[in-house]
Design a protein around this ligand. Structure first.
Ligand code: ZN
Ligand code: ZN
Length: 279
């Protein structure tokens, strides 16, 4: 059985610096492959620039100019934000930004995190450099993921199977379920290591989501347009454990938008009826 997965909600553009396609190229691949909804989620992370200045992140601040329906593909504005501390701190929260990109003072105090993510639809929170978690007890890494999930903008925990940080699955999944937030099953993690450790960990996490009734998203984590919308390794893994289709929250556009609203992250359910033939 092939699962229906009609949204790709973790993808990167050239902005991420080690990714290679434009937003327009990503949209074109979605259209070609019948992907109804694209979530563009570039890295919001220390790894991008040596200087953590608002000017380096203005790419995120002007996405309102993107059409919500671009060549028939519904487009969401997101970011993949780094989890940077055992307290579940997110990149940019401890960096104050008092001036706009043109050097005018902001009226109110705010962090780089606030300035950059304020207008985005949702965040994926991921660990990329887990050095700060080394030697931490399981209770700390577990509460790290719980705290990250509690951030009102965070909708998805990204590639927990590949990040290499052990945590108590049941505790994190219980919070995800309560808050209607989602656990990512990441095609790229399975592709780079289809029979190895990532596969084992990812399938254990998926299995537990199935048993506990926790919603997941299956995403490519594409860093180049041609891989968008294809999930063969994730499809195989989910099939091998009999994962229920109804817990795949990106199976179609209306389901994903409904899930975003259920989690109180943002209500864009009106986009479910957008059609290029009616506007
Ligand atoms: Zn990346
Ligand atoms: Zn990532």
């Amino acid at each position: 059985m092939a699962y229906q997965i009609a949204c790709d909600v973790h993808t990167h553009t050239l902005f991420s610096r080690h990714a290679y396609s434009t937003i327009s190229e990503n949209v074109a691949v979605c259209r070609e492959r019948g992907i109804e909804l694209l979530g563009s989620t570039d890295h919001f992370s220390e790894m991008l620039f040596p200087e953590q200045h608002i000017r380096n992140f203005q790419y995120f601040q002007n996405q309102d100019i993107w059409p919500r329906l671009w060549d028939g593909v519904t487009l969401l504005h997101g970011a993949e934000v780094d989890i940077v501390s055992l307290d579940g701190g997110l990149f940019g929260q401890d960096i104050d930004v008092s001036e706009t990109i043109v050097g005018n003072p902001y009226r109110e105090a705010g962090s780089l995190f606030d300035r950059v993510t304020g207008q985005l639809d949702y965040l994926i929170a991921s660990v990329h450099n887990g050095a700060f978690t080394k030697g931490a007890p399981l209770a700390r890494t577990t509460s790290m993921y719980v705290r990250a999930l509690e951030n009102p903008k965070v909708f998805i925990l990204g590639h927990t199977g590949r990040s290499g940080v052990p945590f108590d699955y049941d505790e994190v999944l219980t919070v995800a379920k309560e808050k209607h937030k989602l656990i990512e099953i990441n095609e790229h993690s399975l592709e780079v290591d289809s029979r190895g450790w990532f596969h084992t960990v990812c399938s254990r996490i998926a299995q537990r989501c199935a048993e506990m009734g926790v919603g997941i998203v299956v995403s490519t984590d594409a860093h180049v347009a041609p891989v968008i919308g294809r999930f063969p390794h994730a499809q195989d893994m989910l099939e091998s454990i009999g994962f229920p289709q109804e817990l795949i929250m990106n199976r179609d556009r209306a389901t994903f938008l409904g899930a975003l609203a259920d989690a109180d992250v943002c209500n864009l359910t009106e986009l479910a009826s957008l059609s290029e033939y009616t506007d």
